[in-house]
Design a protein. Structure first.
Lengths: 99, 99
DNA sequence: CCGCGCACTTGCTTTTTGCAAGTATCGAGC
DNA sequence: GCTCGATACTTGCAAAAAGCAAGTGCGCGG
């Protein structure tokens, strides 16, 4: 195809440009976490957290790991883990600005 | 101070996590542009564009370059240009996902 | 002095985000 | 076997942000 492919940046922002999305990803970069852990760690509103997790799952950025009956964890897929560079770059930029 | 400094990522997202912000930055990464140019290139709503430019200016990410009386351009500061790595990382991630 | 282009602003609607409270499920304990 | 607490959400409603369309102020060219 000569066209049809969208802009990479615009496409990325549609998925991880939403509020809390990158914060969730960063949190999961150091290991799988459960819903309640993410909630407490991030302080995100529970409905937003649920919505983001659903979207990030649908986008193939994370997947659910059943631990017990009503206990499950969220972990990054390979695609999700590939966001590490972006997250690191942004974090470095942010740190440089608040000295 | 032992505390008071926020999280780098969270701080960064407050500034450039807003809708259109990174798209504006990327556009300016290849040179100064005027308001109308940005508007046409990005397709962003004019009021949002004006708001973002005001915020990005206040945050020291870009500055205004007067060209004539009622003609001015927007250009990235050094701090704004430092977002190139982040923008590139995100764009690469986005491109990798849409094959 | 009329219309045009530039750089916005203003008014109103729609979408997103946030808060608070409620729901479903299971397992432990009495 | 029934209440109690933990986990993982959903639901209802209010506030904030984003979006659309139309309007404003200013200088320039004719």
């Amino acid at each position: 195809m000569t066209s049809g492919d969208r802009d990479g940046l615009a496409a990325a922002l549609e998925l991880v440009g939403q509020r809390w999305a990158l914060l969730i990803v960063r949190s999961l970069l150091d290991g799988a976490k459960r819903y309640g852990d993410l909630q407490r760690e991030l302080g995100a509103p529970t409905n937003i957290l649920a919505t983001r997790l659903r979207e990030l799952h649908a986008a193939g950025i994370l997947y659910r790991v059943p631990l017990a009956h009503n206990v499950l964890a969220y972990a990054l897929t390979e695609r999700g883990a590939a966001l590490r560079e972006t997250v690191d770059a942004l974090a470095r930029w942010g740190e440089a600005g608040q000295q």
